[in-house]
Design a protein around this ligand. Sequence first.
Ligand code: 5AD
Ligand code: SF4
Length: 436
Amino acid sequence: MKSFHIVTFGCQMNEHDSERMAGILEERGYAPASVAENAGMVILNTCSIREKAEQKFYSELGRLRTLKKANPKLTIAVAGCIAQQEGKKILSKAPYVDMVLGPSDIAGLFTMVEAHRRRPVPVIETEGDPEYHHKLIPASRTDGLKAWVSIMYGCDNFCTYCVVPYLRGRERSRPPRDLVQEVRGLTEKGFKEVTLLGQNVNSYGKGLKEGSDFPRLLGMINDIPGIERVRFVTSHPRDLSDALIEAVRDLPKVCESLHLPVQSGSDRVLAAMNRRYTSSEYREKVKKLKSAVPGIALTTDVIVGFPGETEDDFEMTMGLLGGVEYDNIFAFKYSQRPNTAALTLTGHLPENVKEARLERVLSLQRDITLKKNSRLVGTVQEVLVEGQSKKGGKLTGRTRGNKAVNFHGNDAPIGSLLSVRITSAGPNSFSGEPCV
Ligand code: 5AD
Ligand code: SF4
């Protein structure tokens, strides 16, 4: 039996791309292997968003080299953002690699596998398939309840620190009828929740002949029977329209939860990042959201130590975090990425300054998260039952705000929605009791 193993680095987009590569291979009779050691083919689906992600890939690649020495028949494929960034240069660093394919070349995976089997020389595809967004690609999803669905590819924003537009190309939206068809198919398999994926979902629909936009797409997905919950990532604050706020408020299946990356609280830094909003415009949008959708769960991304960030700039980020009170944040030290405009800025900061600022935002957020979490104690939350919790004897599920809750209630079927009263709050999860 032909077998494969995929190691995924990076974001949800990559996780989902891996599900698709698995879907393509399984459709052709390949079986998944749980570890690389047992597989005939190993795919590394790589991430290049920060230098650390790149280092992780190269150390995994080194490990595969040892495996390949022991088993010369092993096929090694490199997919994802580093594949796109490096192309055939990967072969000069690692001549034992057999295949290199970019994120928009996934649909051709099996053709590449066949070509390599016929003639075992390295196969490289990083041109990007211009019709990629019109292709219906199978996906082998590991979770039976919650599914990712890509609604668009690429990004046109060119934030000055970000490598994504260079690697995932220009924005392309998938047609709404393909998306509705995919989500209908998911409900037939028992899926209850979909997360719509795109680098910038708020600009969904740009360039589509059918003329659609993101709030309208949300309405179409909301109307599909069998789907109980709809989520989406990521929203660019500049494109967060009133119509989208109204959609989150009015569409019953769209969860009251939003990831809205702010990156910095300083207008000077935001301008240097090419974010195209000011911190007060951002705060204004958050205010609108909170008043339209009371209790909405908000998360964000923050970059500390962007070139030229002064102590005052950084304090503005701290002030914004204190003012907005996010449910959680993802904070990163600025990392230099190839080709990006920020590389040429002056005022690159030493590692120890970035490290200290990262510690400070994380410590502030720990307090805010705990404070916000404790406010949920005593409230009743709708929980989608997902299965047994890691702590024995309990079930686990998530609230509409995407918070993990563990509770007794063993007769609640997996996939059902249950009202659970929150009894205690920790930093990362909650305990609760089902309401009778
Ligand atoms: N350095 C640090 N963080 C980055 N991000 C993107 N590019 C960089 C970089 N060069 C962060 C941003 C983005 C998230 C996905 O990753 O915060 O929102
Ligand atoms: Fe990168 Fe900005 Fe596009 Fe997000 S919106 S992928 S941070 S360029």
